[in-house]
Design a binder for this molecule. Structure first.
Ligand SMILES: [Fe+2]
Length: 276
């Protein structure tokens, strides 16, 4: 594959728990090129009231500087500015535009909801808004990892019906965030509630961008068409500010695809039942 776009990536050095230096960014960039990614949206964490509160201008400047440094190192990778915004108190379109960076200036904001607590009021605020009120472009970052969405499937359904988009982490599909996140990710895909797959790479340790073997596994799991839609076509639509449809799994994939280790989990569950 070629022309893939990663819409969620911690690739700018020195902003958050991503790369500590440009060398780590370059290493991650080489991995991206190996799997056919040639555009990455840099999404440093933005958590109000903490040291992770970068100004948009600083991210824009760092994205340009990092892209130039990658080029100098012989790795040609486009880096667009963005943010992963910890759910703010207000998610009105005007407020978001005034305070934060959207992904590649697209008007779509990547929002990370709390992993554990339920903040359904925020979702109701967006989905229940009066007709005619400006709709913010919101992408929910990895809902499969948040109990808010895991424990109540209707919450993401309501969010998507109200115009939000959802991005699932590729590593979640491989069970790297636990069996529950993996099962939830597959459920959301089967239900047509997912618009993007992204790496959420942190450019170090076990959170590097996928290598070619992992990418091959992803294609085996979901099929080439689905991966292209999730990692190229839909990201392109989003960056152009267009409407983005959910990913549709072909019937056969919907029926047969299970998270890796699925059978083991069933066995574990049965053992637990018999032990009780
Ligand atoms: Fe992230």
């Amino acid at each position: 594959m070629n022309g893939l776009i990663d819409i969620h990536s911690h690739i700018l050095p020195g902003f958050d728990d991503g790369p500590e230096n440009i060398e780590q960014s370059i290493e991650a960039a080489r991995r991206y090129k190996d799997i056919g990614v040639n555009c990455v949206v840099a999404t440093p964490h933005r958590v109000g009231g903490t040291r992770w509160s970068p100004f948009p201008a600083a991210i824009i400047a760092a994205a340009e500087k990092t892209e130039a440094a990658l080029n100098d190192a012989g790795v040609s990778l486009q880096i667009l500015p963005g943010m992963e915004i910890a759910c703010p108190e207000n998610i009105d379109a005007d407020f978001l535009s005034a305070q934060f960076l959207s992904l590649g200036h697209s008007g779509y904001f990547l929002i990370e909801f709390p992993f554990t607590s339920a903040i359904t009021d925020t979702i109701r605020n967006v989905t229940g808004r009066a007709p005619g009120r400006k709709q913010p472009g919101i992408i929910v970052a990895h809902p499969e990892r948040c109990t808010l969405f895991q424990d109540n499937g209707a919450t993401l359904r309501q969010a998507v019906a109200g115009g939000m988009l959802a991005q699932v982490n590729i590593a979640s599909l491989f069970g790297e965030f636990g069996a529950k996140a993996a099962a939830t990710a597959f459920d959301f895909l089967r239900l047509g509630l997912v618009h993007f797959l992204a790496t959420d790479s942190h450019a170090r340790g076990n959170r590097m961008p996928p290598d070619p073997r992992q990418w091959e596994r992803l294609v085996e799991l979901l099929g080439q068409d689905v991966v292209e839609t999730a990692c190229m076509v839909n990201p392109g639509r989003m960056l152009r500010g267009e409407k983005v449809p959910p990913i549709t799994l072909p019937d056969e994939t919907r029926r047969n695809t299970q998270p890796p280790g699925h059978n083991r989990n069933i066995v574990e569950r049965l053992i637990n039942i018999f032990n009780k």
